[in-house]
Write a protein that binds this ligand. Structure first.
Ligand SMILES: Cc1cc2nc3c(=O)[nH]c(=O)nc-3n(C[C@H](O)[C@H](O)[C@H](O)COP(=O)(O)OP(=O)(O)OC[C@H]3O[C@@H](n4cnc5c(N)ncnc54)[C@H](O)[C@@H]3O)c2cc1C
Length: 268
């Protein structure tokens, strides 16, 4: 991508943080650290969740943040790799009855552990050796982090003059279940370029904001299914777990949250 961009005449300014933008009817002034500035007809801002561009436009993110904390760990494949299959464990006995999601990627696995709160997540993140072995024995930990579910979308994806377009996590934050963050960011980027080329920036705001809310709802539905926060949800989950060994639809329902494809045919 970088080579294609440079061959098309694009220039990359490394180590030059943007501090803000000033849009006006005919263009945008982009301010950078150290007092410099540059001018552009349009700006597509993909500067991530703490977007300086979004802040300088004064555009808030609306939505919610979950109180549940997760530890996320990458492990390298064992000497004999396991079949690549996304697996969600409800109340895994190897981690004291906590929920665990296992997602394979090339050369390893991602392990998401659901914790009760920030303190518990910090403790599990500090000491991965014991519990990771309880879930994926014989796998070496290569990376550890923590996160919280955000379901937040910018109030507007464009400025009043239709000169600045927010894309990716500058515009929206979703829970990682369902692989929607980067995937939708790529669609944003393509749609933003098309909108600028077509001279219809308003359609970008309308269409990509609607898509972001749809993604938020889908990712939120996955969380609700997995976390079972209400008594009725917990009863349904427990009942399905009891029935699953004898009645396949119950197992299928337990595995039905929109958190991504199982990657291979599963017998429930
Ligand atoms: C545990 C986890 C698992 C995930 N799994 C998936 C998945 O399987 N599939 C999926 O689609 N998504 C996934 N996501 C989400 C995905 O990682 C993000 O949605 C995606 O990386 C966001 O990309 P972005 O380019 O919008 O923002 P970022 O990746 O944050 O990139 C922003 C860039 O802007 C730069 N920048 C920041 N501020 C400035 C500034 N002021 N000036 C100039 N540059 C600046 C940063 O240096 C950075 O390079 C996952 C997220 C997590 C936490």
């Amino acid at each position: 991508m970088r080579r294609a961009y440079e061959e098309a005449g694009g220039r990359i300014a490394w180590s030059t943080p943007v501090t803000g933008v000033d849009p006006w009817p005919d263009g945008v002034r982009v301010r950078v650290a150290g007092g410099g500035e540059t001018r552009a007809a349009h700006v597509i801002a993909a500067d991530g969740p703490r977007s300086a561009v979004r802040r300088s436009l004064g555009t808030p993110l609306t939505g919610t943040t979950s109180g549940t904390d997760f530890v996320v760990v990458d492990v390298a494949d064992a000497a004999r790799p396991l079949p690549p299959e996304r697996v969600f464990h409800y109340r895994h006995p190897g981690v004291g009855g906590r929920n665990v999601l296992l997602v394979p990627f090339r050369g390893g696995w991602r392990v998401d552990l659901q914790c009760a709160d920030e303190k518990e997540a910090a403790d599990f993140a500090d000491d991965t050796a014991g519990w990771v072995a309880g879930v994926l024995p014989g796998h070496e930990v290569t990376w550890v982090s923590r996160y919280r579910f955000h379901q937040r979308v910018a109030e507007r994806f464009v400025d009043d003059h239709h000169r600045v377009l927010l894309a990716g996590e500058a515009a929206h934050l979703f829970p990682p279940f369902g692989a929607r963050g980067m995937n939708s960011g790529i669609v944003d980027a393509v749609a933003a370029v098309d909108a600028v080329a077509d001279g219809d920036v308003g359609s970008y705001d309308r269409d990509r904001r609607a898509a972001a809310w749809q993604n938020c709802r889908a990712a939120g539905a996955a969380c609700a299914h997995l976390l079972a926060r209400t008594r009725a949800d917990r009863l349904r989950q427990r009942g399905a777990a009891l029935l699953a060994p004898f009645w396949e639809p119950a197992g299928r329902w337990l595995d039905s949250a929109p958190f991504g494809p199982p990657l291979r045919k599963v017998r429930y």
